[in-house]
Write a protein of this length. Structure first.
Length: 441
């Protein structure tokens, strides 16, 4: 469909919508975009906000009758002159449309601010055009960039490990099993073991790939597929490891805030930015159990916490708020019996050189530890958990051919993003989330 008034297209210079700014004032411009919304302007005209590449361009068209058919998300080319914007609506310029060519009229858009959560998931491909999801796309992309820049600037090597595996890192009950040409295989729970094989060459390695957990945990904090930021470092001690983690989280979050501040405030005008207190506070698992009991904080069944208890999500959030004044907190030195075969123990073999990083409003976002480098200790760890070590020869060889002290961590990317934005469901950190009841679209 074409607005009928004749004009010469050759007089107009093609400029992407995102690049139109004050430098183009009084220039005749041709651009492309989607109708974001439309409203009347005076007796005969209308304002049409055009959208492309995260930017909204305020446009004025003098013939509202001709524009009545322009529904939301209609795609079109438009031609006109860039003018000064004399109103106080925040728009940098005002684009006066002379002519437009519709590429495709969109039907009535099925998603709005009142759409229920289930419908938003079912229409996730269209919900991406709502303000919150537009922000999400930009925020997720930039936070991924912040992580990569952190690792690049510190000379980590990025690797791309396999996600189809025949070994496990965590408990076998959380593995997604599949048939691999007649052999049993799994979707990876973690790329840690592969990263450890790179350490003797690279010293510092990381990856940012999907991991999978077949936990039937249908909560707002769990996904079956999530972006796993993992890293391994050689020739470090436990304190070094925690320092690297703290530096990473602080650098990524402050960099994210610096870039996304205006976008965050536009979406959430009352947003309160996190203020980090460095160094991050630390509390051991053993002391945390005592802290809960001293504070009168009970388990869900009303009983006191005892050593050996898992610390649930709500208790983690309480600990961060009460003990760490709502700033990131390292929960350290978990019991050996509760941790995987690869974790190094402290001088007291009942406890490990391990840590979870707890974040305000969401709880655990990261787990890390020093790794065993003694061959027999590794073999003993496999035996303790009833795992045959033979298929792991490529991993146990690391303890035979020039081992060294080393450690690493894994961070749940979506949990950090959701925690920062104070969204109530980790699924909001995904393009198309996967959880117990959803594996589409």
């Amino acid at each position: 469909m074409t607005e009928s008034r004749e004009f010469d297209k050759s007089e107009y210079t093609k400029v992407p919508l995102k690049e139109i700014n004050k430098s183009h004032i009084l220039q005749k411009i041709h651009s492309f975009g989607w109708v974001y919304n439309r409203r009347n302007a005076g007796q005969t005209g209308c304002f049409i906000n055009m959208f492309a590449q995260y930017k909204i361009l305020k446009c004025l068209y003098p013939h509202k009758i001709d524009a009545d058919n322009l529904t939301r998300w209609t795609s079109m080319d438009f031609y006109g002159t860039v003018k000064e914007n004399f109103t106080k609506d925040g728009a940098e310029v005002e684009f006066h449309i002379d002519h437009y060519d519709v590429r495709k009229i969109a039907p009535s858009f099925p998603v709005n601010k009142d759409t229920q959560a289930f419908s938003l998931l079912e229409n996730g491909h269209l919900a991406l055009r709502t303000p919150e999801r537009i922000f999400f796309l930009k925020a997720r992309s930039y936070m991924l960039r912040c992580f990569r820049e952190f690792f690049y600037e510190r000379e980590f090597t990025e690797i791309t490990p396999p996600t189809l595996v025949q070994t496990q890192v965590e408990g076998g009950s959380t593995l997604f099993k599949l048939d691999y040409f007649g052999k049993k295989a799994f979707l990876t729970q973690s790329s840690q073991l592969y990263l450890e094989t790179v350490v003797p060459v690279a010293m510092k390695a990381y990856c940012m790939v999907y991991s999978y957990r077949a936990e039937k945990s249908n909560t707002t904090r769990h996904l079956t597929e999530y972006t796993h930021v993992e890293a391994e470092l050689a020739d470090i001690c436990f304190d070094d490891l925690l320092s690297v983690i703290e530096d990473m989280v602080y650098t990524v979050v402050t960099g994210f805030y610096e870039k996304m501040r205006e976008d965050i405030l536009e979406l959430c005008p009352d947003y309160e930015f996190f203020e980090f207190k460095r160094p991050f506070k630390r509390i051991s698992y053993k002391d945390a159990i005592k802290y809960f009991n001293d504070a009168g904080y009970k388990k869900d069944n009303g009983l006191e916490f005892v050593l050996g208890d898992d610390i649930p999500d709500a208790a983690e959030v309480f600990l961060v708020k009460s003990y760490a004044d709502n700033t990131p907190l390292f929960l350290t030195n978990f019991e050996t019996a509760a941790k995987p075969f690869y974790m190094k123990t402290t001088d007291d073999p009942k406890y490990t050189e391990s840590a979870d990083l707890l974040f305000p409003n969401i709880g655990e976002i990261l787990g890390g530890s020093m790794r065993k480098e003694e061959y027999q200790e590794l073999i003993d760890g496999f035996e303790r958990e009833g795992i045959d070590s033979k298929p792991y020869y490529w991993y146990t060889d690391m303890a035979r051919f020039g081992p060294c002290t080393h450690g690493g961590f894994g961070l749940g990317f979506e949990r950090l993003l959701v925690g920062l934005m104070r969204w109530k469901n980790v699924a909001k950190g995904c393009l198309y989330p996967r959880f117990v009841t959803r594996c589409h679209p």
